[in-house]
Design a protein around this ligand. Sequence first.
Ligand code: 5AD
Ligand code: FES
Length: 355
Amino acid sequence: MNTKDKCITLLEQLEKQTVLSKEEYLFLIRHKEDCMEELSRMASDVRDRVYGKKIYIRGLIEFSNYCKNDCLYCGIRKSNHKAERYRLTKEQILDCADQGHALGFRTFVLQGGEDPWFTDERMADIVRELKKRYPDCAVTLSLGERSEESYRILKEAGADRYLLRHETADPDHYRKLHPQTMDWKHRVNCLYSLKRLGYQVGAGFMTGSPFQTEEDLAEELLFLKELSPQMCGIGPFIPHQDTPFRENPAGSVETTLFMLGLIRLTLPDVLLPATTALGTLDPQGREKGISFGANVLMPNLSPSDVKKKYLLYDNKICTGDEAARCIECLKARIKKTGCEIVTDRGDHKGGYHNV
Ligand code: 5AD
Ligand code: FES
C-alpha cells in the first residue's frame, strides 16, 4: 500500500471510532500533506453529523491580565514588566455581558491571568450575578489552576464550564515551557477535578510550541482520547517579543489544521474552536479551521481600551475592533464557508464519559 492509501485507511478507521496507536497517529502526522483534503472533508462531515452547520459563539471577557505565573511563552507572565496591567470591575464585566447578550451571545467566558485579587468570594459573586441576569446563558470560567474547593464554590455559584489547557501531554515538555514551580500533574489533576465536579471541561495545547516534537503531537491525541474533554482549544504558538521565547518560530497553520481534523475524528462530539491565534497567523485561519471540523468562535467582548493589553502573543487580531463590528465581520466570513453563526448556548452534545 502506498503512503496516501495507508493514511486514508487510518483516517477511515478513526472515523469509525477505532482506537489508533501512537505509531498510527505519528504516521498520519508525518505524512499530513498526503491526506489534508481527505481529512478536511471527513472532519467537516463528522462535525455536520453531530452539530450540523451551526457555529457557536462565546463572548470572551478578558477581565484581568495580572498573573502570578511565569509561563515562558506567555505575554502576560509576571516577569514581563512591560505589560500594562488592568483589572475590570464587576460593573465593567457586567456591561460587557450586557452588550454581548444584545449581540446574540449566550455563553460568556470569563478569562484572566491567575490573579489572586479575584478570590473565590469575588468570583462567585460575579458568576451569581451573571446567572441571575442571564438565566438563558452559560458561564465559562478560565482562571487557571485553583483548588478543588475553589472549583466547587464557583460551580455552586452557577458556573457551567471551565477552560484549562493542559498545554502539553508530556510532563518533560511541560517543564521546558514553565517555571519549575509549576507541575504538569497538578494541572492535569485540576482537569479531572473539574470533570468530577460536573463542569463541561475544555483542555488544549499550542501547536508548534518550543521543543514540541511530532511524537508529542501523537501523544496529545492519546491524552485527549483518555481525558475526553467536552471542549478542546488548540492554536499555533506565536512568539511574544517580551518573553524568553521571543526568537522561537511560530507554529504552522497546516499542522494546526491537521490536528483540528484529527481531534474532530478522535472526539466526534467535542466543541472545537477556530482560535484567534489561528486567525492571527493566517487571515483566513478561522475559516480554514471551520473547514477542518471546528465549530466554535470566541470573539472578544472586552472594552476597547483593555483589548490591546491582553496580549499573550504578538500581532493579535481584532484588538482594535468593537465587539459589534467583529461579530458582523465573522458572520459574513462564516457564511462563505457554508456554515452559520447561531444564537445558542452551544452545549456539548455527547455523553460524559471517563469521569
Ligand atoms: N502563543 C499562542 N498561544 C498562547 N497562549 C499563551 N501564550 C501563547 C502564545 N505565545 C495560549 C495558552 C493558554 C491560552 C490562554 O493561550 O495555551 O492556555
Ligand atoms: Fe474581528 Fe473580523 S472578526 S474584525
